[in-house]
Design a protein around this ligand. Structure first.
Ligand code: ZN
Length: 451
């Protein structure tokens, strides 16, 4: 089916090239991105003077100027002087929050506007930032499914979403029952996972698994796997990681263990034991590390908190409420321990890398002072400029690997004929200056230019 489709697309392109004016009428959906240096997502040397042909939603051909002909009638988009790359993924976002510093207030005040206003605004901001795919990890079930589906049918702008719906945990914190489901016993654990799977979620988000019985943790993970869903596990505490590993969690989140200096030896050994099992596939880790590194800078240089980009799509009264909550970045309880955690982060990141996990770009976007309009490029920037990850590897953590992790690499994640045309371009060389991604010049999602 897949190969047949590619062949058909190539034939269609050839036909469009050879039949001249007859094809013009039907070629309104043809686009050619011409001239820029292409980073295709596979990690090899970039392709200079690239040509990408797009027909409708899909990429039909990739080549170089002078070798791959642009069909007559195609809309030509110049990418001269630009880096061209797959649309970015953010593997950990929270569309239902927008940087407000007081969760208790937010959860009391805004649920009625999550689906209609807040989640769509977050989604639009992500897309404008070059994020064409995002994984939303924790929100009310109906709102998650409905916003995802409205984006998919083109009713509202946003990245292609992969949603977990409510968190699965031992017990919801008071006032969070809308988006946190408790499990009481093995049967209840399986029932809750089934309810989410029946509703059509893409992934199961597990947290506080150190407060569950081991039987409950296993029930959640086994049932999710039986339903074909990956399990993403919180990993702030040592026992969350130990239990998650024992039960078979597929993807851990955060750089955890608070201000402790490193991951304990037994966890590092267990990680290496897990990553040594090639038949089980890679173990994924989303370190969501940028906000921890940059808090002190942000506290002392808060101009970015005034950036109108995070206000796109939000009504004035919500903007005002958020602004008031973050008026004193130095006083926020949420961040008081962050300067103590910061010196431990590089070592923990290295321990994880050395243990062989595959790192994914994700940001926790939406948490206090972290906005959907800028979280993703900042995470890439922190990996490269603070942690010494190569720009190519960082980009792969935001393109190729997320698509593999979510099992949609046949459709997205690289710039390859047959895949959806999720493409971004930015003036300059992102392999030398990764922070250029803060101002993406061109965003194409499923063949449609959105920026
Ligand atoms: Zn989160």
């Amino acid at each position: 089916m897949h190969l047949v489709r590619i062949v058909c697309l190539i034939l269609a392109t050839l036909l469009a090239t050879s039949t001249g004016s007859a094809s013009v009428a039907q070629s309104s959906s043809l686009k050619a991105l011409v001239g820029g240096t292409l980073i295709d997502g596979f990690g090899g040397a970039p392709i200079r003077n690239s040509v990408i042909l797009v027909d409708g939603e899909r990429i039909t051909a990739v080549g170089q100027v002078g070798r791959l002909e642009v069909p007559r009638g195609a809309e030509i988009i110049s990418t001269e002087g630009m880096s061209v790359l797959p649309g970015l993924w953010d593997m950990h976002v929270h569309l239902m929050i927008n940087g407000h510093a007081d969760y208790a207030h937010w959860d009391k005040t805004y649920p009625a506007q999550f689906e209609s206003v807040i989640m769509p605004a977050s989604a639009k901001q992500l897309l404008l930032a070059g994020v064409t795919s995002a994984r939303d990890l924790g929100a009310p079930l109906e709102a998650s499914i409905n916003v995802r589906d409205r984006i998919n049918v083109g009713k509202i702008p946003g990245p292609t979403l992969y949603v977990s719906g409510p968190f699965i945990q031992k017990a919801p914190y008071p006032g969070t029952e809308l988006f946190r489901w408790g499990v009481d016993g093995v049967d209840d654990a399986r029932a809750k996972v089934n309810k989410l799977a029946d509703a059509g979620v893409d992934v199961i988000k597990l947290i506080d698994q150190d407060q569950m019985t081991m039987d409950e943790v296993r029930a959640v993970v086994d049932q999710a796997h039986q339903r074909g869903l990956m399990v993403v596990g919180h990993s702030h505490r040592p026992e969350e990681i130990r239990r998650g590993l024992a039960a078979g969690v597929d993807n851990f989140e955060h750089t955890g263990l608070s201000s402790a200096p490193d991951y304990p030896e037994d966890i590092v050994r267990a990680l290496a034991e897990r990553t040594a099992n090639m038949s089980r596939g890679p173990l994924y880790w989303t370190p969501t590390i940028e906000g921890l590194f940059n808090y002190e800078y942000l506290r002392d240089n808060p101009e970015q908190l005034d950036d109108p980009a995070w206000q796109v799509g939000l009504p004035p009264e919500i903007i005002k409420d958020i602004r008031q909550s973050i008026a004193h970045p130095d006083r926020l309880p949420y961040f008081q321990l962050t300067p103590v955690r910061r010196p431990t982060l590089a070592r923990k990141f290295k321990q994880l890398s050395d243990a062989g996990v595959v790192m994914l770009v994700g940001t926790d976007s939406g948490i206090p002072m972290k906005f959907h309009s800028s979280s993703t490029w900042r995470e890439l920037d922190a990996w490269v400029n603070i942690l010494g990850v190569s720009p190519m590897q960082a980009i792969r953590g935001a393109t190729y690997w997320p698509s593999v992790a979510m099992k949609v690499d046949q459709d997205v994640g690289t710039i390859t004929p047959g895949k959806y045309a999720d493409i971004i371009a930015v003036k300059g060389d992102v392999l030398r200056h990764i922070a250029l991604l803060q101002r993406v010049d061109l965003v194409v999602k499923r063949g449609a230019r959105v920026r």
